[in-house]
Design a protein around this ligand. Structure first.
Ligand code: NAD
Length: 481
C-alpha cells in the first residue's frame, strides 16, 4: 500500500478489545507534526473500555499461560513476519504521526520487529531450578509462572519498538496485555493490532486502548486487583506517579524513564569515529530518544578538532518532512516540545554558550528545530541537567579523566553513557565508574533486542530485551518436595 491516503483509510480506528476491533463512543485527533494538520480521528478509550479490556484479559489469562510455549513463540514469530511483510506501511505510519525520516522509520521496523523475533525464541527457554535441600530433608523445586494481566504504557518517540519491547516478552511469558499507546502516536499501534489479529493470537490476550486521557485508563485499571503488573516507558515524573499508585496494590512495575546521557571523547580517541558516534548518539531520531547524548564532554586537547568536524556534519543535516526525499531530521513531536527545546537553547545562550550552528526554529509550518551545536556551555545551563529531546548538542571541555567521570555522573539520571578511547585499560576502568545501566564504548548506538536495556537511579528499574527481559513478566514459585 504505502500511499498516504490509502494507508490512513486502512488503519483501524476503533478499539482493539481482546483482539477484536469494536467501534468507540468517541474519538480524538492525531496530527502530522511536519504540517500541524490532522491525520485521522482514532478511538478515544474510556475508563469503562479499560475495564472491559481487563475483563477479557483476566478471562483469557489462564488459558494463555497454559498454551504451550512453542505455540506462543510461533504466534510471535508469525507477527514478526507479518510486520516485515507490511514494513513500508509501518514505516510511513510512523513518519506521518511521529515525524522521523522514512529511513529512521524503516530502521525502527527492523529494531521493533527484533523484539518479536527474539522473544518468539525466548518463550521456549523459560526454565526453573531443582536442588536438594542442604539439610538433606527435602527437595527444592523452583518454577516460573506468568505474572498475569499486564498494563503497558508507551511513549511517542518510538511508536512501534516501545510497544513490541513489552508485548514480545509479555506474550512469550504467557501474560495477557493491555497497551495504552501515547496520544500523539497511537496509529502505529493500531496497525500492530491487525498484525496480531492476523497472526492468530487468541481472543482476550491483547487489547489496545488509545486515549486522550491516559490517567482515566490507568487509574481504574491499577485499582483493580486483577491487574498484576504495570510496565511503563516515558518521563520520570509520570513514572514516579505510577510507582506511587502501584504501591496500593503492590503491583509489580517496570520503569524505563528519562535519561541525560553523557558522551565523553577522551584525548586518545579516534576523533573521526567519535564524531560519527556523536552524530548517531545525538541526532538519531532527531534527538528525541531517552538514549540521546545530552552532554558531550570532550578533552580540551582535542576539543577544537572534534567540535569543528562535528559541527560540519550537523550543519549538513537536511531538515524536512520525514517523507520528503533526503530528509535527515524531521520535526519535533508537538508545539510543547518545540517550546521546551527553544527554551533550553535560549537559556544556555543567555548564560554564555556559543552557537556553532543552528540555534533556533526555522520559519514556516510544522514543529521543526534547526540542528544545533553549542560549545563553551556553562555548568549552570539547564540543558546539562534536563533532557533536551531535540537535535541540540551541548559541548563542554574537560582536562582529566576523573573530571570527565565526575561530570558524567553528576545527574539524577542513569540510563546510558558513551565514551570513546583507544585504551583498553581506560575502557574497563571508565565503564566500571559510570553510574548507568548501559555503557557504549566506541559506540554511538547500543540498543539491541538481545541485550538488557534499562537504567539505574531516576532512569528507573527493570530490563527490556535480552534473557533478562522476560523475567519482568514471570513470578518465581518455590515448591518444597
Ligand atoms: P510521558 O511520560 O509524558 O508519556 C509517556 C506515556 O505515559 C504516554 O503514553 C502518556 O499518555 C502516558 N501518561 C502521561 N501521563 C500519565 C498519567 N498521569 N498516568 C498514566 N499515564 C500517563 O513521556 P513522553 O513525553 O511521551 O516520552 C518522553 C519520555 O520518555 C522521555 O523522558 C524519555 O526519556 C522517556 N523514554 C524513556 C525510554 C526508556 O526506555 N528509558 C524510552 C523512550 C522514552
Amino acid at each position: 500500500m504505502s500511499n498516504v491516503s490509502d494507508l490512513l483509510d486502512s488503519v483501524p480506528k476503533g478499539l482493539w478489545l481482546g483482539g477484536k476491533l469494536v467501534p468507540a463512543e468517541k474519538t480524538f485527533a492525531v496530527y502530522n507534526p511536519a504540517t500541524g494538520e490532522e491525520l485521522a480521528q482514532v478511538a478515544d478509550a474510556t475508563a469503562a473500555d479499560g475495564i472491559r479490556a481487563l475483563d477479557l484479559a483476566a478471562a483469557a489469562q489462564e488459558d494463555w499461560a497454559a498454551t504451550p510455549a512453542r505455540v506462543r513463540g510461533e504466534i510471535l514469530r508469525t507477527a514478526f513476519e507479518l510486520l516485515h511483510a507490511r514494513a513500508e506501511d509501518f514505516a510511513l505510519m510512523m513518519t506521518l504521526e511521529m515525524g522521523k525520516s522514512l529511513a529512521e522509520s524503516r530502521g525502527e521496523v527492523n529494531y521493533g520487529g527484533e523484539f518479536l523475533r527474539w522473544f518468539s525464541e525466548e518463550a521456549v527457554r523459560i526454565g526453573g531450578r531443582f536442588t536438594q535441600a542442604p539439610a538433606g530433608n527435602g527437595r527444592i523445586l523452583v518454577t516460573k509462572e506468568a505474572v498475569g494481566p499486564v498494563l503497558a504504557i508507551t511513549p511517542w518517540n518510538f511508536p512501534l519498538a516501545m510497544g513490541t519491547r513489552k508485548i514480545g516478552p509479555a506474550l512469550a511469558a504467557g501474560c495477557t496485555i493491555i497497551v495504552k499507546p501515547a496520544e500523539d502516536t497511537p496509529l502505529t499501534m493500531q496497525l500492530l493490532g491487525q498484525v496480531f489479529a492476523d497472526a492468530g493470537l487468541p481472543d482476550g490476550v491483547l487489547s489496545i486502548l488509545p486515549t486522550s486521557d491516559a490517567a482515566s485508563i490507568s487509574g481504574p485499571l491499577m485499582e483493580d486487583a486483577r491487574l498484576r503488573k504495570v510496565t511503563f516507558t516515558g518521563s520520570t515524573g509520570v513514572g514516579k506517579l505510577l510507582v506511587r499508585n502501584a504501591a496500593d496494590k503492590l503491583l509489580r512495575t517496570s520503569m524505563e524513564l528519562g535519561g541525560n546521557a553523557p558522551f565523553i571523547v577522551f584525548d586518545d580517541a579516534d576523533i573521526d569515529a567519535a564524531v560519527d558516534g556523536a552524530m548517531l548518539a545525538k541526532m538519531r531520531n532527531g534527538g528525541e530518544a531517552c538514549t540521546a547524548a545530552n552532554r558531550i564532554y570532550v578533552a580540551n586537547s582535542v576539543r577544537e578538532e572534534f567540535t569543528d568536524k562535528f559541527t560540519a556534519k550537523v550543519a549538513a543535516l537536511k531538515v524536512g518532512a520525514g517523507d520528503a526525499e533526503g530528509t535527515n531530521i524531521g520535526p519535533l513531536i508537538n508545539t510543547k516540545q518545540l517550546a521546551t527545546v527553544t527554551g533550553l537553547v535560549d537559556d544556555a545562550v543567555s548564560k554564555g554558550a556559543r552557537v556553532r550552528t543552528g540555534g533556533s526554529a526555522p520559519e514556516g509550518a510544522g514543529f521543526f528545530f534547526t540542528p544545533t551545536v553549542l560549545d563553551q556551555v556553562p555548568a549552570d545551563a539547564r540543558l546539562l541537567k534536563e533532557e533536551i529531546f531535540g537535535p541540540v548538542a551541548a559541548v563542554v571541555g574537560f582536562d582529566t579523566e576523573d573530571e570527565a567521570i565526575a561530570a558524567a555522573n553528576n545527574t539524577e539520571y542513569g540510563l546510558v553513557a558513551y565514551f570513546y578511547t583507544r585504551d583498553i585499560d581506560r575502557a574497563m576502568r571508565v565503564s566500571a565508574k559510570l553510574d548507568t545501566g548501559m555503557v557504549g564504548v566506541n559506540r554511538g548506538a547500543i540498543s539491541d533486542a538481545a541485550a538488557p536495556f534499562g537504567g539505574v537511579k531516576e532512569s528507573g528499574f527493570g530490563r527490556e530485551g535480552g534473557t533478562e527481559g522476560i523475567d519482568e513478566y514471570l513470578d518465581t514459585k518455590y515448591v518444597a518436595l
